[in-house]
Design a binder for this molecule. Structure first.
Ligand code: IMP
Length: 206
């Protein structure tokens, strides 16, 4: 596996979500790995029929590899709210509705927590990253970041549920935080580090 990714590799990022394309491209670029988005290649998005982040990431990465013949990485991620039994979870994107309006999704979370009358505002983001290979098995790695939810939303950086999520040990939401700091501690970075540890070899150890 070590050496599957190396400086000079090109990867398809199997998502049409601009926020994820940007964050993943920024993680791979310093290692000399170029990225192309599935959208730019005109690849269709498969249906996410899995019942876990890992399965959905695998479905998306394998569809992009099948459509392009290239190595592809897919991210399936979302927000799990403890008092809501882990919702929206793998349905995080769908809670934004057909227009992917995350202010509505954040309002729904707040409404459901208020209806429960709970003071429990614990939540975590999860990310599964799948690397599909044209001739080889698909590898999946997961990362998680714990935190608490605030209301009302704060900050205009990031995407999705970032304005209501404060990571443990910090006071700013992901929506307020410097994007470099978010990238350093995010669920996506934690999954990315595991992926790199298992698959990346630079010129020295390849
Ligand atoms: P997916 O494309 O099905 O994986 O959708 C994941 C959804 O989870 C996104 O549309 C976002 O709403 C949410 N999400 C995942 N990662 C993040 C993040 O880093 N910040 C904010 N929201 C996120």
């Amino acid at each position: 596996m070590l050496g599957t990714l190396r400086p000079g590799s090109t990867l398809v990022i199997a998502t049409h979500n601009e926020g994820k394309v940007r964050e993943l491209a920024e993680l791979f670029a310093p290692l000399g790995i170029a990225t192309l988005s599935a959208g730019a290649l005109g690849l269709k998005e498969p249906e996410e029929t899995g019942d876990s982040f890992a399965e959905n990431a695998k479905i998306k990465a394998e569809a992009a590899t099948a459509g392009s013949g290239m190595l592809a990485v897919a991210d399936d991620s979302g927000l799990e709210v403890t008092a809501l039994g882990g919702a929206p979870g793998i349905h995080s994107a769908r809670w934004g509705g057909p227009n992917k309006d995350f202010s509505l999704a954040m309002e729904r979370i707040n409404r459901e927590l208020e209806a429960l009358g709970t003071a429990d505002r614990r939540a975590n983001f999860v990310c599964a990253l799948a690397l599909a290979q044209p001739a080889g098995e698909t590898l999946v790695f997961t990362g998680k970041v714990d935190g608490t939810l605030v209301w009302p939303p704060r900050g205009t950086r990031g995407f999705g549920y970032d304005p209501i999520f404060v990571p443990e040990g910090y006071t700013e939401t992901f929506g307020e935080m410097d994007p470099e700091l978010k990238n350093d501690l995010s669920h996506r970075m934690r999954a990315f580090e595991k992926l790199m540890l298992a698959t990346y070899a630079d010129g020295d150890d390849a």
